[in-house]
Design a binder for this molecule. Structure first.
Ligand SMILES: Cc1cc2nc3c(=O)[nH]c(=O)nc-3n(C[C@H](O)[C@H](O)[C@H](O)COP(=O)(O)OP(=O)(O)OC[C@H]3O[C@@H](n4cnc5c(N)ncnc54)[C@H](O)[C@@H]3O)c2cc1C
Length: 496
């Protein structure tokens, strides 16, 4: 993986302290496996609450996704909120959403210039639709604003296009309270804060096996052994040997991003939005960094590959969405593997007494790993049992190699389908504009000729008018109280 800092401004974290590998036996209250965002947050919070904590990291702090992301912090989960409601009901969905906001608040409170110098926080995120689906946007806005007390604004297509000069995007949802930070600075800052709180971090120390049968659990590394009352598994897809069945519940997805060279004033003309932009199909995610460089994530695979291979793909994607930028020069490409669960929600909770999991954060790991860290630390030390809200989302086998292949094709198919939907939406928009121009010419000609002209044509893509259901007529010998038939009750397009 590349060592690029997502701030573009200052490259490598030369100040990152070297943390030794564990070479002696140790007894602690809590052993955390994995020094990514999840493991480091648990460690920091548990140490702040007074526990003795050791973090064992197989490689280096933040070498994977936690040090190679785009730094966008939004409330919510990978699973759309309507699906969460469907699964757990409105009340629990509200509580889960409030927890997701708590996670985002935690990152905001931690990512300050005082605590993590150079964190480069900027405000606001925009989720844009690449199909012309105003109604679904309105219903999402209502859910978020009214049922989930989240500050959001609905942006009309003209507003979206006044800040993103492309015909690819239609409506948008603006999150004024969302923000972005420098990803690498954050994970290394978090490690420093955990250390300051008293946690001990050991790099190059892979956990090879765990005996979690007794009250004091035993953890084995190549050069030392540990005993702990609690173990927190925060190893994402790399956990492997210590609990392979847990790794098998995650579908690994490698996501790649590129940072361009400085693009000058042309970039601001194409993109006049200072925050992060994501599209509603999860294909593109981008933002401007360092004034005139573009940070853009898009390609995904279900196997690990060298990030450099995807530079040209990002370049093509940028040229497709913003053709006015042309073929932008790429300065660096990086990537990381995220663990996606079958149900789309993270794995947060206690597997058996003293054995905890904080994993499966998928593409939205900043707020969710922060919330996991707080919940688990507070549960161990204070008995806070709100992690149980995640219990309906069980550990489900992700299908092994077959699952990866299937996942790859599903991802290709859904990306293809949404890009086809985008083409159709843009075609319809073009056709509607053509139709309006034709009608205007016709009206002008009619005005000149003093005639009224034919009624306007139904615009392409408009909903076909449906005749009202026939009133129920009491037929002779029939049931006078029979309601309308199944067919007459079906709403066109609903649930298909
Ligand atoms: C390109 C890209 C862009 C992204 N952008 C965003 C974004 O803008 N906003 C957002 O919210 N999320 C984003 N994400 C997702 C986010 O980065 C992840 O969800 C998050 O970093 C996952 O953190 P983690 O701690 O679970 O995993 P990891 O970062 O993978 O950390 C797990 C650690 O555990 C260690 N480990 C595993 N097994 C063992 C073992 N047996 N012994 C010792 N150590 C072990 C690993 O070495 C690793 O360091 C992005 C991801 C990518 C790849």
């Amino acid at each position: 993986m590349s060592e690029t800092s997502t701030s573009a401004a200052d490259g490598l974290d030369a100040a990152t302290p070297f943390r030794n590998r564990l070479a002696f036996d140790l007894d602690v209250d809590i052993c955390v496996v994995g020094a990514g965002l999840a493991g480091l947050t648990v460690a920091r919070e548990a140490a702040r609450l007074g526990a003795s904590v050791a973090v064992l990291e197989g490689r280096q702090v933040g070498w994977n996704a936690s040090g190679h992301h785009l730094g966008t912090v939004l409330p919510g989960f990978g699973l759309p909120i309507s699906d969460v409601i469907e699964r757990v009901g409105l009340d629990d969905a509200r509580e889960l959403w409030a927890l997701s906001k708590l996670g985002a608040d935690y990152v905001r409170a931690t990512a300050t210039e005082e605590l993590i110098p150079g964190i480069a926080m900027s405000e606001g995120a925009l989720e844009v639709s690449n199909v012309d689906a105003g109604e679904s946007l309105v219903s999402r806005l209502q859910i978020l604003a009214e049922d989930f007390a989240t500050e959001v604004e609905g942006w009309h297509v003209d507003h979206v296009r006044s800040v993103l000069r492309t015909g690819r995007y239609f409506h948008g949802i603006y999150f004024p309270k969302a923000f972005q930070i420098d990803g690498r600075k954050y994970v290394h800052g978090l490690a420093a804060l955990a250390t300051r709180a008293g946690a001990r971090i050991f790099e190059e120390t892979p956990v090879v096996s765990i005996d979690f049968s007794g009250i004091r659990k035993r953890i084995v590394t190549p050069s030392a052994r540990l005993r702990a009352t609690h173990i927190v598994l925060a190893g994402n897809i790399h956990l492997g040997a210590p609990l392979k069945r847990l790794s098998d519940t995650l579908l690994p997805v490698w996501r790649y991003a590129a940072l361009t060279e400085p693009l000058g004033a042309g970039l601001g003309e194409a993109i006049a939005f200072p925050g992060s932009v994501t599209d509603s199909d999860g294909i593109d995610h981008f933002r401007i960094v360092g004034g005139d460089r573009l940070l853009w994530a898009s390609p995904e695979t279900t196997w690990g590959a060298r990030p450099k291979r995807f530079g040209a793909a990002v370049q093509r994607r940028i040229a497709t969405v913003f053709p006015q930028l042309g073929k932008v020069p790429i300065s660096d490409v990086f990537g990381g593997a995220v663990g996606v669960t079958v149900h789309g929600m993270p794995q947060i909770g206690q597997l058996r007494k003293g054995l905890w999991v904080a994993s499966g954060f998928g593409r939205q790991g900043l707020n969710t790993s922060a919330l996991a860290g707080q919940l688990i630390a507070r549960s161990i030390l204070w008995g806070d049992d709100r992690w149980r809200l995640f219990s309906p989302f069980e550990l489900v086998w992700a299908g092994g190699t077959t699952g990866r292949v299937a996942g790859h094709f599903i991802s290709l198919w859904s990306r293809g389908a949404s890009s086809a939907a985008g083409v159709l939406a843009r075609y319809r928009e073009g056709a509607r504009a053509k139709e309006r121009r034709r009608e205007a010419r016709l009206a002008e000609a009619n005005l000149k000729a003093g005639t009224r002209g034919p009624p306007p044509r139904r615009p392409p893509g408009a909903v076909r008018p449906v005749p009202p259901p026939a009133p129920a007529v009491a037929e002779e010998g029939g049931d006078p109280y029979r309601g309308p038939s199944q067919e007459s009750e079906r709403i066109p397009g609903a649930g298909m």
